[in-house]
Write a protein that binds this ligand. Structure first.
Ligand SMILES: NC(=O)c1ccc[n+]([C@@H]2O[C@H](COP(=O)([O-])OP(=O)(O)OC[C@H]3O[C@@H](n4cnc5c(N)ncnc54)[C@H](OP(=O)(O)O)[C@@H]3O)[C@@H](O)[C@H]2O)c1
Length: 315
């Protein structure tokens, strides 16, 4: 089968189409023939080599979620999965391929109204948004500032938070701000967050050197939850800045969906896909490209052009 691997970490030119043996499912696994593959911001960080400390090596096949048809079953897998159209998380990689392995326990049947492209746009990023907001103890009636709102995770956080609370966002242009308002934001700030005030939660996809400057806009007992590092790691002065704001009793946490049980992630992914099927959640698809153009998808992400998600489709 064909797959797209990172042969050299760095710019997208280090990605290449490679031939790999067809995967064989172990007990409890299935093979999925993808109809859509999600391109996540984390794929970009892995490809750049920014996550080298996690042990990614040349030849790594990117891709953390797919939607498609189950085409082979390992031992102990219920026969009813054969031929099913499903969404599946694929962990740290393996998704940019014509055939993909996934544990049967993680499969979610696609509602008939939800296309494979919409599924990989909503489910994985929605799971991070849902549990990230929960980690921040975001409560009905509260105000959240979503920093990095225009990306795959951000557009889901905006939509989910707007169901019960007030949502402000940071973004890089007025045009993007208008699109975020259509998804539920009521206040649009630029990337500096200048003017931010009265927020109970900062849902942060960016981190980076500027993160502490957002503490000033938080209410007493405000909670910061960083789910991503698209602007790089936070500065060493982060803790000192928390102490400068000591009298507000702020708290800071990171959040990784890896800390959530498979069962809970499954439940929320299934709920999000059902909500998408009912039209209650918008799948914000920026572009759909052939799998072999995965490097072009990464170039778009590198230039900051992407609003929402890019999906790849094998041809
Ligand atoms: N916590 C988890 O479990 C989990 C799971 C998967 C991925 N992640 C992490 O989430 C991140 C990717 O999320 P994503 O796919 O939503 O991101 P993304 O689409 O790559 O980017 C999100 C948005 O951030 C804004 N942005 C970019 N650079 C920025 C900067 N220097 N300062 C401020 N804003 C900036 C951009 O919007 P504007 O141009 O409009 O500002 C961009 O659209 C990665 O760090 C990844 O590791 C976390």
């Amino acid at each position: 089968m064909k797959a797209v691997a990172v042969q050299r970490f760095g710019d997208p030119g280090g990605m290449a189409v490679v031939d790999l043996p067809d995967p064989r499912p172990a007990a409890g696994q299935v093979v999925i023939t993808p109809e859509a593959i999600g391109v996540g911001g984390v794929d970009v960080l892995i490809r750049r080599g920014a996550l080298a400390a996690f042990g990614f090596e040349p030849g790594h096949v990117l891709g953390g979620e797919v939607a498609g048809v189950v085409t082979a079953l390992g031992a102990d897998v219920d026969e009813s999965w054969a031929g099913a159209r499903v969404w599946a998380p694929t962990g740290e990689g393996g998704g940019y391929a014509e055939q993909v392995l996934a544990p049967a326990a993680t499969l979610v049947r696609l509602p008939p109204e939800v296309s494979p492209v919409d599924a990989v746009t909503v489910a994985g990023s929605g799971v991070v948004a849902h549990f990230g907001l929960r980690h921040a103890r975001f409560a009905p009636g509260e105000s959240v500032l979503v920093r990095g709102a225009a990306g795959g995770i951000g557009v889901m956080a905006v939509q989910l938070a707007a169901r019960t609370g007030t949502v402000a966002v940071t973004t890089s242009s007025a045009g993007r701000g208008a699109r975020l308002r259509a998804l539920g934001a009521t206040r649009v700030l630029d990337r500096t967050g200048e003017g931010a005030t009265g927020h109970d939660v900062l849902f942060d996809v960016a981190a980076g050197d500027e993160l502490p400057s957002f503490f000033a806009g938080l209410n007493p007992n405000g909670r910061v939850v960083t789910v991503g590092v698209v602007a790089g790691p936070p500065p060493a002065r982060l803790v000192a800045e928390m102490f400068t704001a000591f009298r507000k009793s702020l708290s800071f946490a990171v959040f990784s969906a890896d800390s959530v049980s498979t069962e809970d992630r499954w439940t929320v992914a299934a709920e999000l896909l059902a909500a998408a099927g009912r039209g209650e959640v918008d799948a914000v698809v920026h572009d759909v490209l052939p799998l072999w153009q995965a490097a072009d998808a990464h170039r778009q992400l590198d230039t900051g052009a992407v609003f929402g998600r890019i999906a790849l489709v094998p041809e």
